[in-house]
Design a protein around this ligand. Structure first.
Ligand code: ZN
Ligand code: ZN
Length: 238
């Protein structure tokens, strides 16, 4: 019996070549550069790859991004806006195909307003938790919840005071895809503010004063609600 017959009889695997085994198609990484003009203003790079975002309707984002201006999520190129949306969907194990329509501003408005008031809200909650060594301040990244019927896609950002029992006080900013120009603020799930910012849907640019007025009105009601709610919570009383 030759050595080959013997191996066949024993059923050992026969390695005929050391060539690498080709990856299954789903494991082939997408090219991270392409041949398109980068969509970033003033960027002259021509090695942009298309944003991989596909909306619920199947519509694609038509922007393209060079290595300097792209964001990569799970090995795919996205524009900054859609990278944020895709990260939020993945965080909740939602399908990327469940992302909002291209022109929907719910996620970006929610993120923008939350970023604008982040320092002030964090300061307000820090004052409440002062001297409470067992109470910590945490914040929640952009996420989406699906409620209904009727179906509502609610984008939200939040800040929380937590102790060993869980959340004691939560401030949240929400924008639904269904009314994507309206900002909702809640403190411990109680709605305290619902308004459309002056720069949404207006043909003219809102002035800085308009923006400041909107933000200060929002912060004022959040501050009042935090003071009121924290007085009811045993874990936060002096
Ligand atoms: Zn670029
Ligand atoms: Zn995009």
């Amino acid at each position: 019996m030759s050595w080959l017959d013997r191996i066949l009889e024993l059923g050992d695997p026969i390695i005929l070549s050391e060539a690498p085994v080709p990856l299954a198609p789903e494991f082939i990484p997408e090219p991270l550069t392409g041949d398109q003009n980068c969509s970033e203003k003033w960027c002259g790079n021509t090695n942009g790859a298309e944003c991989a975002y596909v909306a619920r309707s199947g519509e694609r984002c038509l922007s393209a991004w060079c290595p300097e201006h792209r964001e990569i999520v799970e090995g795919r190129v996205y524009c900054r806006r859609h990278a944020g949306i895709v990260k939020a969907l993945l965080l909740q194990n939602l399908e990327i195909k469940d992302g909002p329509e291209l022109e929907n501003r719910a996620a970006s408005l929610c993120e923008w307003v939350a970023n604008t008031i982040n320092d002030e809200v964090s300061n307000m909650l820090t004052v409440v938790r002062i001297k409470k060594v067992d109470v910590a301040l945490t914040s929640d990244d952009l996420s989406v919840a699906i409620n209904g019927p009727p179906i509502e896609h609610i984008w939200n950002r939040g800040w929380k005071l937590v102790d060993h029992t869980g959340a004691l006080l939560r401030v949240s900013i929400e924008v639904t895809e269904e009314k994507d120009g309206e900002v909702i603020a809640s403190v411990n799930k109680e709605e305290v503010f619902r308004s459309t910012p002056p720069w949404v849907g207006e043909p003219h640019e809102a002035s800085d004063r308009d923006r400041e007025n909107f933000n200060s009105q929002l912060l004022s009601v959040i501050s009042t609600a935090i003071t009121f709610q924290s007085a009811q919570i045993p874990g936060l009383q002096a």
